[in-house]
Design a protein around this ligand. Structure first.
Ligand code: ZN
Ligand code: ZN
Ligand code: ZN
Length: 145
């Protein structure tokens, strides 16, 4: 099947530049999350003098459109991740081995009701990301909880 990032970007009304397509390809091939610097070093083969600000800007634009996921790690560093599941869902992020797993639960309907009933406000968007140690990392018992 393969990912047609050119058309995916077009659908999102983003310019399908070679850099954006390359970033999407790198993230889509990677089962874990990557830092902007790691993404930059992988881009260097194709774009020799690509600077970190350019990488950051492209990642931010892609994350704003929702096609990639921004991970704000408890270590305060930023990472990015591509999920192949296009249904609405949330993520569990392992802070040790960098595994990302889908959480097929949202719970936002209840929060939305709460916001609309009690605050008389209107909810526009929401974010939920869960950080922790995955099953495999717990098994290795290298963590003291
Ligand atoms: Zn883990
Ligand atoms: Zn996902
Ligand atoms: Zn949700």
């Amino acid at each position: 099947m393969g990912n047609d990032f050119y058309n995916i970007l077009k659908t999102l009304k983003l310019k399908a530049t070679p850099k954006r397509i390359a970033i999407m390809e790198i993230l889509a091939d990677e089962p874990t999350y990557l830092s902007p610097d790691e993404i930059r070093s992988r881009l260097k083969g194709r774009f020799k003098n690509i600077g970190l600000p350019t990488v950051y800007r492209n990642l931010e634009e892609l994350a704003d459109s929702g096609i990639i996921i921004k991970i704000i790690h408890p270590d305060r560093k930023l990472y990015y991740f591509y999920c192949h599941n296009r249904e609405h869902h949330h993520h569990f992020v392992c802070v040790q081995c960098r595994k990302v797993e889908d959480i097929n639960f949202c719970g936002m309907e209840e929060i939305k009701n709460e916001v609309e009933k009690n605050l008389k406000a209107h909810m526009v968007s929401h974010m939920l990301q869960v950080y922790g140690f995955c099953k495999d990392c717990l098994k290795k018992q290298t963590i003291s909880l």
